[in-house]
Design a protein around this ligand. Structure first.
Ligand SMILES: Nc1nc2c(ncn2[C@@H]2O[C@H](COP(=O)(O)OP(=O)(O)OP(=O)(O)O)[C@@H](O)[C@H]2O)c(=O)[nH]1
Ligand SMILES: [Mg+2]
Length: 423
């Protein structure tokens, strides 16, 4: 089943905590510290896999969680690193932050790899904290915190050429004739419900072509299969219109082209800047006179469109179309239809400023960076408190608070912790 939209939850691994322990040997009174380090938490990594062409698997699974690092242990044992979690996505998957709907990364490109969440750093065991003054440190650094995010995946088909047209005009017949794709063909509308990709090999060149389900009037507002499929033409270099000129279909070929152009324009008018070729299909069913009239009218209205009459059934002019496509693709230099990121996740880089709320003699400090530092700090130990104090000093936060009136005996509040400040 073709699925081109999914929402999932990602979480990286927490770093394992450093361990506190001391050597205990028979007849050795005070063994030195021997608590080992924690392992690092696993990253969450996205990877393009060209053998997948749908987001279907993401409909069945919502949570993607990398492994935590193992805690350190006694006897200097290093905790095992958490395994990275690699998530395979189809080529052309756009990843957005669900919260803001901003693009984080466009997973377009063979074998592209992107680390979306970093695992927490491993904590540090007490064996590293022995100094000449403190020979039996009861302090170890906890592991770094994990990161989490909800993301929306959206697949935009990557094809050099997109076939567009009303239902039942012969789009699937065309792609079956010229490529390796074999979508169902039948004499009723909406036979094709999902985009199909085909590879065309012609005159020493190769290009991809997408059969998009039929577009009808109102598609841009969501009529029929609508907007859901218009987005797939965004990345193509060439739009190949197919118009049904047969009398038995009772269509009006001139109106049909106008309606399709209008729907595309309503959806995103920039799409009309792409190279466009117009195929008039099923000419085996009409007289030369009718065909001539249709060509005259369309070319009067659209002076610079390349119009090619064909019959897929009778194999007429198929090569003319392929030649035009190859020429059009040659002219297009910009092969880069990759969406730029709109936000950058702060992979363990905290940029947010610190904020203060002051009431009476209490100074409350908030901010992402502080929160992260707290995650790394063990405030149950004197060393931890000292570490936090040094951090506040180094960042100039104490100075700022002093300017705002902080004095000996004031209370500092940070995310549930409270201290009395001592000058
Ligand atoms: N006479 C004639 N019939 C054709 C020609 N090309 C396609 N057809 C017929 O047109 C009908 C529709 O063809 P499809 O290829 O399924 O059309 P489609 O545009 O993919 O239709 P949807 O998937 O419903 O949008 C089928 O019965 C085809 O056999 C042609 O050149 N001449
Ligand atoms: Mg079809």
């Amino acid at each position: 089943m073709f699925i081109d939209y999914a929402k999932i939850y990602l979480k990286s691994g927490k770093g394992g905590d450093g361990h506190i322990s001391f050597r205990r040997e028979l007849y050795v009174a005070n063994g030195g510290p021997n608590g080992g380090d924690g392992g690092r938490g696993g990253d969450v990594i996205l990877r393009v896999d060209n053998s997948i062409n749908t987001l279907f698997s993401f409909k069945n699974k919502f949570k993607y969680i990398a492994e935590n690092g193992e805690n350190g242990n006694k006897n200097k044992c290093h905790g095992r690193n958490g395994k990275d979690l690699i998530i395979d996505v189809p080529n052309g998957t756009i990843v957005r932050d669900t919260n803001t709907n901003k693009i984080i990364v466009d997973m377009t490109g063979n074998n592209k790899i992107f680390t979306i969440l970093k695992g927490g750093k491993g904590g540090i065991g007490n064996m590293h904290f022995a100094t000449s003054r403190m020979q039996a440190p009861r302090y170890a650094k906890p592991g770094g915190s994990s990161e989490e995010i909800f993301v929306t995946l959206e697949l935009k088909v990557l094809a050099d050429v997109s076939l567009v047209g009303f239902p039942n005009v012969g789009k699937s017949s065309f792609i079956s004739k010229v490529s390796n794709a074999r979508p169902e063909i039948a004499n009723y509308p909406f036979t094709t419900l999902n985009p199909h990709l085909g590879v065309v090999k012609y005159l020493n060149t190769e290009f991809t072509i997408a059969d998009i389900p039929g577009i009808i009037e109102g598609a841009a507002e969501g009529v029929g299969l609508g907007i859901q499929f218009l987005k797939h033409i965004e990345r193509s270099k060439v739009l190949l219109h197919i118009i049904d000129v047969s009398e038995y279909s009772a269509r009006n070929p001139i109106n049909d082209l106008d309606i399709i152009l209008n729907e595309i324009k309503k959806y995103n008018k920039e799409l009309l800047n792409k190279k466009q070729i117009v195929i008039l299909n099923k000419i085996d069913t009409i007289t030369d006179d009718r065909l001539k009239k249709i060509i005259d009218e369309i070319s009067k209205k659209h002076l610079n469109l390349n119009i090619i009459p064909i019959s897929i059934l009778k194999n007429i002019n198929i090569n003319l179309v392929l030649n035009s496509i190859v020429n059009a693709l040659k002219e297009i230099k910009d092969t880069n239809f990759i969406f730029e990121p709109e936000i950058y996740l702060n992979l363990k880089k905290d940029v947010e400023n610190v904020e203060f709320v002051i009431t009476n003699n209490t100074y409350e400090i908030t901010g992402e960076k502080i929160k992260k530092v707290l995650g790394y700090t063990n405030l149950d130990t004197e060393k931890g408190i000292l570490f936090l104090h040094n951090f506040l000093q180094k960042e100039g936060i104490i100075n700022k608070l002093k300017q705002k009136g902080l004095t000996d005996g004031s209370i500092i509040k940070i995310y549930g912790y409270e201290f009395e400040y001592r000058d």
